[in-house]
Design a binder for this molecule. Structure first.
Ligand code: P70
Length: 455
């Protein structure tokens, strides 16, 4: 039990309720079988995302009362800058309203038409911002990441041979930067090892290619380095993070995850040139360079949350709660991506619903069926998220997944057990679940707003 014990006690609660099965059937139909379109009040346990859904600490809430809402030079910005310098080791900080703001600035600043941004594995908004800036984003992740059952403990690693091939085939000048995400979301929340980060930087330095991290879940990645790379067993998380970031030129960071806040983002860098480019642009798209679309109080909450995210007792509880869900599902025979990720458990929808064709959207079908059966909301992370290729054809990735994403410091293990039990029950009657057909497809990031009907 000691591995699961919460390093906090609860002071404020927010009531949740399980609406009737009849209402759930109606609600998911009204939402076009897209969990993004459900009303929060119809959701019992919300495992859609870990983004912006954490519970803040008393320390962070106290910080909210210290918001310096000066338009320029807010003291909260300097607290945020100091926290990033201390925890991540970057000297320069550009605040943004959330991760996409930082992705927009970074891609606009560093990419010219036709350039390439190799990344371990794509993320939807990251890829779109690279495309908007005129670039392409080939995946260079190791093959193990595409095998849901493979138990390699650093499935987020960059495949150095694949990266070398992209450089050799296109020439280093065509590479805008190499982009490495930590606890790779689309691979199942899978970490990158310190050894791999070091090797990627060494390779890129040979060609003077910049390395930019997506550090959105880097505290949880640091915890996996501490627990899985033996030389780091006794190294403090803050020192592991500093070393990780030393193998990059800069990062984008959606504060809505590991920084334990409801809104916020930033771009941080060791490189004065990147800083000056992005700082000049932030005033066009986000706000002044000392608030970047955040209120002072929000910057204070991020500064305090980033520091809190380096506490081992918290990271141990957090990642073990995710693993609890994974272990319960494995015990129940439910196919999931292994090993359990840092922020979520990913169901293998192809194995869960083998009677459906890819055009019946197994992952979309499963996430809707889970909600109807249990009131638990999850997110489709398969072909609907992957989208279409440049010829407009649907892409059907190996990883047709449903993400059960655990918010930080929000749900108890009883909630986790309830979700597992309901999914195991659904698995037993999986052959009864009909597929879906898409009836509306928006232009961008279709998974947010597409609607479906049951076949
Ligand atoms: C590795 C990584 N990098 C950047 C961002 C953007 O940050 P932001 O603009 O949201 O702050 C995200 C956001 N991830 C959220 C929200 C989301 C976003 C798009 C599709 C589905 C869900 C999620 O995974 O739930 C991320 O995971």
């Amino acid at each position: 039990l000691i591995d699961l014990i919460e390093p906090f006690k609860i002071k404020v609660i927010e009531p949740v309720r399980l609406v009737s099965e009849e209402r759930r059937k109606q609600a998911i139909k009204e939402a076009g079988y897209n969990t993004f379109l459900l009303l929060s009040e119809d959701v019992f346990i919300d495992l859609l995302t870990d983004s912006g859904t954490s519970a803040m600490s008393d320390n962070q809430w106290a910080g909210m009362m210290l918001g310096d809402e000066a338009y320029a030079g807010s003291k909260n910005f300097y607290h945020l800058e100091k926290a990033i310098q201390d925890v991540l080791g970057y000297k320069y900080v550009t605040p943004t309203h959330q991760g996409r703001g930082a992705e927009h600035l970074m891609s606009q600043a560093l990419i010219s038409e036709g350039q390439i941004v190799p990344r371990n594995m794509y993320f939807t908004t990251s890829k779109l911002h690279v495309n908007i800036a005129g670039g392409v984003m080939p995946d260079v992740i190791i093959d193990e990441a595409h095998d849901p059952e493979n138990e390699f403990e650093f499935k987020g690693n960059v495949d150095l041979l694949k990266l070398q091939k992209v450089i050799d085939e296109n020439g280093p000048e065509k590479i805008a930067y190499v982009n490495v995400e930590m606890n790779v979301n689309m691979a199942g929340g899978q970490p990158v090892s310190m050894a791999n980060l070091r090797a990627v930087k060494k390779l890129c330095d040979q060609y003077k290619i910049k390395v930019i991290f997506d550090a959105t879940r880097s505290s949880e990645n640091a915890y996996f380095i501490k627990t899985r790379e033996k030389e780091y067993a006794d190294v403090p998380i803050i020192d592991i993070l500093n070393e990780m970031m030393s193998y990059s030129d800069g990062c984008i960071y959606s504060s809505k995850k590991d920084c334990l806040v409801n809104i916020g983002g930033f771009l941080a860098t060791h490189d004065k040139e990147i800083f000056e480019k992005t700082r000049s642009m932030v005033v066009v798209y986000e706000g002044l360079h000392t608030y970047g679309g955040m209120a002072g109080r929000d910057m204070e909450a991020v500064a305090r949350g980033l520091r809190e995210s380096t506490q081992v007792s918290y990271l141990k509880y957090r990642t073990n709660q995710v693993k609890l869900l994974g272990d319960l599902l494995i015990e129940g025979g439910v196919p999931i991506v292994r090993p359990p990720g840092g922020h979520a458990i990913f169901l293998n929808a192809l194995k869960f619903l083998p009677h459906l064709t890819r055009e019946q959207w197994p992952a979309q079908t499963l996430s809707a069926a889970i909600y109807e059966a249990s009131g638990v909301r999850s997110m489709e992370r398969g072909a609907i998220s992957k989208g279409r290729d440049k010829d407009g054809n649907n892409i059907f990735p190996n990883l047709e997944l449903v993400r059960l994403t655990i918010p930080r410091r929000v749900y108890t293990n009883t909630h986790i057990e309830y979700a597992a039990e309901c999914i195991i029950d659904l698995y037993k009657r999986r052959h009864e679940i009909p597929g879906l057909k898409m009836v509306f497809e928006p232009e961008y990031l279709r998974f947010f707003q597409a609607t479906f009907e049951q076949l």
